[in-house]
Design a protein around this ligand. Sequence first.
Ligand SMILES: Cc1ncc(COP(=O)(O)O)c(C=O)c1O
Length: 380
Amino acid sequence: MTQPLELRLQSELKQRQATGLLRTLEVLDACKINLISNDYFQLRSHPQVIEGAQAALERYGASSSASPLLSGYLPCHEHLIGQLKTWKKKSHGLLFNTGFVANQALLTHLPGPQDLILADRLIHHSIAQTLGKQSTRFKRYHHLDLGHLEELLYRHNHENETIFVVTESVFSMDGDYPDLRQIAALKKKYTFIWVLDEAHGTGVFGPTGGGLAEEQGVLSEVDILVGTLGKALASMGAYVLTNSKTIIDYLVNYSGELIYSTYLGPPQVGAAEAALKIIQKSQTTARSIRDAAVRFRELLTNEGWQTNSFDSQIIPIILGEPKDALELRNKLLEYGILVGAVRPPTVPQNSSRLRFSFHANVKEEEVDEIFSLLNSWRKK
Ligand SMILES: Cc1ncc(COP(=O)(O)O)c(C=O)c1O
């Protein structure tokens, strides 16, 4: 590497280290309890999910070995997207290799130069990273503030060819969520394309685990639905679902993320399909995950910790300083409890936090242990 490049990269890394924001890779697979993974139903080692992966492995091999436009699109892909379309009641769909690239593909290729993107201020990086990169204008509305969204819709309604409104359902770092019925109601007053990322709503919300849009009865209003296979569905990959054949045809023709990449491996597809079958019948489990998360939030709030009062499986404890988040995360790790210490730039300045993802195997006594460890850290 040339000297100037080395020096610049090192200086930026040192800056991160000095502010407590340096990220490092760690192997952390031997913890007593993992409250950081997104395997909400603990399915990645479930016998049926492993069997699903094995069956696809034996039938199609370890790799799709080509782009989907060459020979990489296999019957297992076609079958899984069919199941997902039925589940989320959309007529067309496409699998992508990850949720990150699905979002990149959508927001890079669909909006044009005459269009406007309105996105929640805390939208996931896979979307945020596309904003401003192409010629489409964008504005961010205050987090979950649908009054602000309406103000922007009102102001820009007639200036643009198409407006895209983009939000997550359950936000990945806050575990809060917008009132999707209100966004559906806005569609009656303003014309826009609604893109909803259900990465964390899928499985845990809705009468068949179909997500927050299913739970709030607005699935039919969502124009483009994104979800990942790497969270509740215990695999890897993602899907885009819509009632527009044109959108899918367009992505197949113009999305380099899809066209120039080896397609999702058959074992991942087989695992996701097996997990999907389990999740559709797991609403009692989903309810108990959310109940446990609500109880934890109540304990925290009563003790003066800063969290929120939502009922999702993702619980943040806002600490502010990155060093506090790291110190407390490391303390819990000493007891075999793995939680996320999330710091800027993943979250806004002064909002470093612990992030807990509750899952099907979290026990009440474990939550009580965590709660008492948190309190003893604070009293130190
Ligand atoms: C809201 C949201 N969208 C998209 C993604 C990306 O999904 P994947 O992990 O499949 O790339 C994530 C993952 O962190 C996410 O939280």
